[in-house]
Design a protein around this ligand. Structure first.
Ligand code: SAT
Ligand code: MN
Length: 628
C-alpha cells in the first residue's frame, strides 16, 4: 500500500509501474521487520549468501554478474537539452532520445518481479542540507544496500509532505545486458534512469548519481557544492577539533584516510581522528563565513581488497556486522569472507565468480566492496548526524602519482587552490571499467561525477570563493610516489597523520614555516614529525622536492588539457594561475647547470616552533599496498 499522499510521488510510482509492469509493488517503510524479511527472501533466491552468523552477525555475500563489476563511465550520460551544458568530459545524450531509449529497454521488464519503492534521504532527515529521493527498483540487493547507505523509510515521506519535490530514480535490472546498460541523468528534470546493471555505483542511485551528479548541478544553481570528498575530524591534545575534507579519485584510499589510526606517539599525546564521511561531502557557506560540510550518506561502500588490520582496522571492525559484501571470496571452511590483502590465503575458498579458487588469479574482484553502516565504525564522529555539519579548516586534493607531485604542498590562496584541484591527474583504478594504471586528468576527483560542464564547475568553485569570508586552506597530497624500482616512497596509511598534522599547523593562527616553491608551499622536512618511524629523512626530502623542469612539462600538459579538452568556459583566474606556474617553472640556463630548483622561505608567515623529528635511517619499505 502506498505510504504517502504526495501526488507527485504517487504519479511517479504509477508511471514506473505502468512502464515496467511488475507483479507486485512493495513500499519500503524502513522497519527492521521488513528489512529482515527481504534478507530472508534474498537468501532463499540465492541473491544473498548468509555468512557465519556467529562470526559475522547479520552479514551477507552477494555476487554480481561477471560483466557487471564496476561503474561504466562510457555508458553514463548527462542528458541536458543543450549538449554544451553537459560539457566536454561527460557523455551526452539528447533527453528525448535518452528517455525513449531507456523506456523501451525498461518496458515490461519487471513482469513476474516485484517493484520496490524506496523513499530515502541524503542527509539527516529534515535538516537544511537534506534532500529526498525516491528510488524505484526491482532488486532486493539495491533495497538492502540503500537501506545501509542512506536514511530510508516513512519519515522521508513525512518530510516530503503532500507537495514536496524529490529526485526521481528508476532502476530496472532487466537482463543485466552490458550492451544495453545505460546510466542516464536528467539534471534539468531531477531524474535518473539506470537499466541493465545491478552493481553499486550504477544502481544505488542516492550515491554517485544523485549525491554527486545531480547534486553538483543543484549546487551550482543554489550556491553550494557537492564534492567527491571524505570528511575527517582531528582532535588535538588540548581537545580542540579541526575538520578536513579531502578529494581523491575512487579506490585511492579515501576510506583509509577517513578512518586513519594515528601512530602511537600521537595517540599517547591525545590526538584522535574521527570519521564524518568517506566519499561524499555537501558543502555550504555558514553564517560565520566558513565552509560547513555534511556527509549525505549513512554507510560506507568501501573497496575490500587491501583492507586489513594494519591498513584500516576501523573499516574492518565496521564490516563485522550488518554488512553486505559484494564480489569478495567466500571462505568455505568457516563461511566468512576473504580478499587479497586481508590475511593468509584461506585453505578453501570460492572466488568472486562462484568457482572454487585454486590460488591462481584473484579470489576477490579488485573492485569488490563492503556496504557497512556508519554507526558500526569505531571512529565515527559524534558530529556524524549533525544537522549543520562541520566547519572546514582545510581542503585536500590528492591523486595517485608515481612521480612529479610532492608528498604535500599548500596552494597560495583559494583561487590557486582551485587551480591545483582543476589540474589534478591520477592513475585509473578498478572502480570503473577500462584499463587501470593509466594517468588521466581528474579535476577535484570529479571527472566521472560532475553533472554539468567542467569549465562551469571550475567557475562555480571560483564564485564560491568570493562568498567565503574565512575560506579553508587548500592543499594537495600524493601518498603514491615511487622510486625507480617501483617501491612506494612514503609509508602511507596511519603515517599520513604526520602530513595531516603539518596541514593543520598551516591552518592555525600561528602557522608553521614552509618553503615557497614554484607550485606552492612545501614543508621543511624537519617539520614533518617522523617520531617512531623507521624512515630516512633523505627520502622525505626527495619527495618534498619540486623539480622545475618536470613542473614546466606538467604546466604544458595542463595547458593542453585546458585548451584541448575543457575549452572556453575556463575562468580567467585559472588561466592566470597557469601562466604563473609556467613563469615560475621556467628554467634559466644557469639553473639547468646546477639543479635542483631553488626554494625560498615563506616569509609571509611567522615561523613557529618546529615539531620534534627523530628521523631514523632506512628507506620506505617496498610496498604493494594499493590504497594508502
Ligand atoms: O561504485 S561507486 O561509484 O559507488 C564507488 C566509487 O567508484 O567511488
Ligand atoms: Mn567514490
Amino acid at each position: 500500500m502506498a505510504l504517502t499522499k504526495n501526488k507527485k510521488v504517487l504519479e511517479f510510482v504509477e508511471s514506473c509501474s505502468s512502464l515496467t509492469q511488475p507483479d507486485n509493488i512493495v513500499w519500503i517503510d524502513g522497519s527492521a521487520n521488513q528489512i529482515k524479511q527481504l534478507k530472508e527472501e534474498a537468501v532463499k533466491s540465492g541473491e544473498l549468501i548468509k555468512l557465519n552468523q556467529n562470526l559475522l552477525p547479520d552479514c551477507y555475500l552477494h555476487r554480481t554478474k561477471v560483466n557487471d563489476v564496476a561503474r561504466v563511465e562510457d555508458r553514463t550520460f548527462i542528458c541536458t537539452k543543450n549538449k554544451d551544458d553537459a560539457g566536454p568530459v561527460n557523455y551526452w545524450m539528447d533527453p528525448k532520445q535518452a528517455y525513449e531509449l531507456t523506456r523501451e529497454i525498461a518496458r515490461g521488464s519487471m513482469k513476474g518481479r516485484t517493484m520496490y519503492v524506496i523513499p530515502y534521504s541524503m542527509g539527516v532527515v529534515g535538516s537544511d542540507f537534506a534532500k529526498i529521493g525516491i528510488e524505484v527498483t526491482d532488486s532486493i540487493y539495491v533495497v538492502l544496500n540503500m537501506n545501509i547507505m542512506t536514511r530510508v523509510g516513512v519519515n522521508c515521506l513525512k518530510a516530503l509532505g503532500k507537495n514536496g519535490d524529490f529526485i526521481k530514480g528508476l532502476h530496472a535490472k532487466c537482463n543485466v545486458d552490458a550492451d544495453n546498460r545505460y546510466i542516464m541523468h536528467f539534471p534539468e528534470d531531477n531524474t535518473i534512469i539506470s537499466v541493465n546493471s545491478a552493481y553499486g555505483g550504477n544502481v544505488l542511485l542516492g550515491k554517485k548519481c544523485f549525491a554527486l551528479r545531480i547534486a553538483s548541478y543543484l549546487g551550482k544553481n543554489e550556491g553550494w557544492m557537492a564534492e567527491h570528498m571524505l570528511i575527517l575530524g582531528v582532535t588535538f591534545p588540548d581537545q580542540t577539533k579541526k575538520y578536513i575534507a579531502a578529494a581523491f579519485p575512487s579506490a585511492c584510499g579515501k576510506t583509509n584516510l577517513a578512518m586513519l589510526i594515528p601512530p602511537k606517539h600521537y595517540l599517547d599525546k591525545g590526538y584522535k581522528v574521527e570519521c564524518v564521511g568517506d566519499d561524499i561531502a555537501w558543502i555550504r557557506v555558514g553564517e560565520d563565513g566558513r565552509l560547513w560540510a555534511v556527509n549525505p550518506e549513512n554507510g560506507f561502500f568501501g573497496v575490500a581488497p587491501g583492507t586489513n588490520e594494519k591498513s584500516n582496522l576501523n573499516a574492518l571492525e565496521t564490516t563485522r556486522r550488518g554488512t553486505i559484501f559484494t564480489n569478495v571470496a567466500l571462505n568455505t571452511d568457516d563461511m566468512t569472507v576473504w580478499w587479497e590483502g586481508l590475511s593468509e590465503k584461506p585453505e578453501h575458498c570460492i572466488d568472486w565468480t562462484g568457482k572454487p579458487w585454486n590460488g591462481e588469479g584473484k579470489a576477490a574482484h579488485p573492485n569488490s566492496r563492503f556496504t557497512a553502516p556508519a554507526v558500526n565504525c569505531p571512529c565515527v564522529s559524534p558530529d556524524f548526524n549533525s544537522k549543520k555539519g562541520v566547519p572546514l579548516s582545510a581542503i585536500v586534493f590528492g591523486g595517485r602519482r608515481a612521480s612529479a607531485t610532492p608528498l604535500v604542498y599548500q596552494s597560495r590562496d583559494w583561487k590557486h587552490g582551485v587551480f591545483v584541484g582543476s589540474a589534478m591527474s591520477s592513475e585509473t583504478t578498478a572502480a570503473a571499467t577500462g584499463a587501470t594504471g593509466v594517468l588521466r586528468h581528474d579535476p577535484m576527483a570529479m571527472k566521472p561525477f560532475t553533472g554539468y560542464h567542467m569549465g562551469d564547475y571550475f567557475a562555480h568553485w571560483i564564485d564560491m570563493g568570493k562568498k567565503i569570508k574565512n575560506p579553508p586552506k587548500i592543499f594537495n597530497v600524493n601518498w603514491f610516489r615511487q622510486d625507480k624500482n617501483g617501491n612506494f616512497m612514503w609509508p602511507g596509511f596511519g603515517d599520513n597523520m604526520r602530513v595531516l598534522e603539518w596541514i593543520l599547523k598551516r591552518c592555525s593562527d600561528n602557522p608553521v614555516d614552509a618553503e615557497e616553491t614554484p607550485i606552492g608551499f612545501v614543508p621543511k622536512a624537519e617539520d614533518i614529525d617522523l617520531t617512531g618511524l623507521d624512515y630516512d629523512i633523505g627520502t622525505l626530502k626527495e619527495i618534498l622536492t619540486v623539480d622545475k623542469q618536470t613542473w614546466f612539462k606538467e604546466a604544458e600538459e595542463i595547458e593542453n588539457y585546458y585548451n584541448g579538452v575543457i575549452g572556453s568556459r575556463i575562468p580567467d583566474e585559472l588561466w592566470a594561475c597557469l601562466n604563473e606556474l609556467k613563469e615560475n617553472c621556467k628554467v634559466t640556463a644557469r639553473e639547468t647547470a646546477k639543479k635542483p630548483a631553488a626554494k625560498k622561505t615563506d616569509t609571509a608567515k611567522k615561523p613557529t616552533a618546529k615539531s620534534p623529528s627523530s628521523a631514523k635511517k632506512a628507506t620506505a619499505a617496498k610496498s604493494t599496498a594499493n590504497k594508502k
